[in-house]
Design a protein around this ligand. Structure first.
Ligand code: ZN
Length: 440
């Protein structure tokens, strides 16, 4: 079996800023990457654990160890592979080209909203946020046959016919394999398209679909979605070439498609999607931590398995479940032979809610409530034996109700000792984003 891109997950935030979907006040490149990776790991059917993770996008490198902790694989090789279209093509080609013994690799393309360009609308971002996770594993799917860049004058996009021929011949012995040649350009170049139609019979030139207006020109997620669109477009033949023409350079990537890509799409935007206030021009001050809420860094790190992944412990002596896990049975005090159990994180029930309005919050949530006006705290039933008290998010404060179905996501809590602290929060259940939904 050869390695191919076999599955993909598209994760988008529900917060809006004008037409764009942008990260919420408690989301960032880390939480969006984790959400995509968690959904990749929660696909139905037998799922092999991820053996390597690669991120294309602006994720601070000091968060890589936390990425491993978030998916419960502390020894996982995890790496950053730059940012932008060409970095994404390169990372996909490297991943598909690794030895089969390397095991499944998750490759995440992630963007947060880009700051407004100077001189344009007050605070309106230039592009939106999201994450796309590709799974590269043994099996049928898409193989990268090559990628490249051509520099050229603005007026004359390059005739890369020879390059496309090479890609096609590298994909198999049949010299005239068919497929599609998707062209993304500010204005379609008719001379070039005519030349390609004539010289590359069987490869149907087509204009790329218009940019998603909720995403705009996001550096990493936009090219990732273009790849998925090209791979999923109906075409007679396995060759899929993408040409992205910019004023003075054109990026190419070519694939051979041998089987369908299993796609888990984004959740539809809920009708009450919250609007995000324009971000502050300057970074918020690190807020003080209220007395009694301070958690030392060591204790925070110790609590990550329980707080981030809902790891509980089953007692061999009395059979009781302890959550959060503390290496001691809270029913009988037994400390030996406790076994880890993962509690479910999706489609749980709210049992009770308290709303904390702006002004009543502990100081560490000052920055959050300044943007949202408050937040809900919900008691969530995780299993017959375990409940968790979680902040609610992605919804106006006061909206959660007892009986509501909720999913949970890792989100920012507050800054402490120079870094963000993260924890799971409750969000309204997202039917469209269920692991099995939207697959093809
Ligand atoms: Zn016990």
């Amino acid at each position: 079996m050869t390695r191919s891109i076999v599955a993909a997950v598209v994760e988008r935030p529900v917060w809006r800023s004008g037409p764009l979907r942008v990260e919420g006040p408690d989301e960032d490149a880390f939480t969006l990457s984790v959400a995509a990776l968690e959904r990749l790991g929660a696909r139905p059917g037998p799922v092999r654990p991820i053996a390597r993770a690669t991120v294309v996008g602006s994720l601070p490198s000091e968060l890589l160890p936390y990425l491993r902790a978030a998916i419960g694989a502390p020894e996982l090789p995890a790496q950053l592979a730059g940012t932008g279209r060409d970095a994404l093509y390169e990372a996909l080609e490297s991943s598909v080209g690794r030895a089969e013994s390397e095991g499944p690799e998750a490759l995440v393309a992630v963007d947060v909203a880009a700051p407004a360009r100077a001189g344009e609308g007050a605070g309106a971002p230039a592009s939106g946020a999201g994450a796309v996770a590709f799974l590269v594993d043994e099996g049928r799917g898409a193989r990268v046959q090559g990628h490249g860049v051509r520099h050229h004058p603005s007026s004359r996009p390059p005739d890369a016919t020879e390059w496309v021929r090479t890609v096609r011949s590298s994909a198999g012995p049949a010299p005239e394999l068919g497929g599609s040649l998707t062209v993304r350009a500010p204005a379609q170049p008719p001379v070039l398209l005519a030349a390609w139609s004539r010289e590359l019979p069987g490869l149907v030139p087509r204009a790329a679909p218009a940019d998603d207006p909720s995403l705009g020109p996001a550096a990493n997620v936009a090219p990732a979605l273009e790849i998925l669109a090209a791979l999923r477009a109906g075409a007679a033949g396995p060759i899929r070439v993408l040409a992205s023409i910019e004023p003075e350079r054109t990026s190419y990537v070519g694939f051979r498609l041998d089987g369908p890509i299993e796609l888990h799409g984004e959740a539809p935007l809920p009708p009450d999607a919250p609007e995000r206030a324009p971000p502050e021009a300057s970074a918020p001050e690190v807020p003080g931590i209220s007395e009694g809420a301070y958690v030392a860094r060591d204790r925070y790190l110790e609590g990550i398995p329980s707080r981030w992944r809902f790891v509980a412990e089953r007692c061999p002596k009395c059979g009781g479940l302890s959550f959060p896990a503390r290496s001691i049975c809270r029913h009988c005090g037994c400390v030996e032979g406790l076994t880890e159990e993962l509690l479910p994180r999706e489609d749980r029930r709210v049992e009770a809610r308290t709303t904390v309005r702006a002004g009543a919050q502990p100081t560490e949530f000052d920055a959050l409530t300044a943007g949202t006006g408050g937040y809900d705290v919900v008691l969530v039933r995780l299993s017959p034996e375990a409940r968790a008290t979680l902040q609610g998010t992605d919804r106006r404060p006061g909206s959660f109700r007892a009986g509501d179905r909720v999913d949970t996501r890792l989100r920012r809590l507050y800054r402490s000792e120079g870094e963000w602290r993260y924890g799971r929060k409750a969000i309204p259940v997202r039917p469209g984003a269920a692991p099995g939904a939207g697959s093809a």
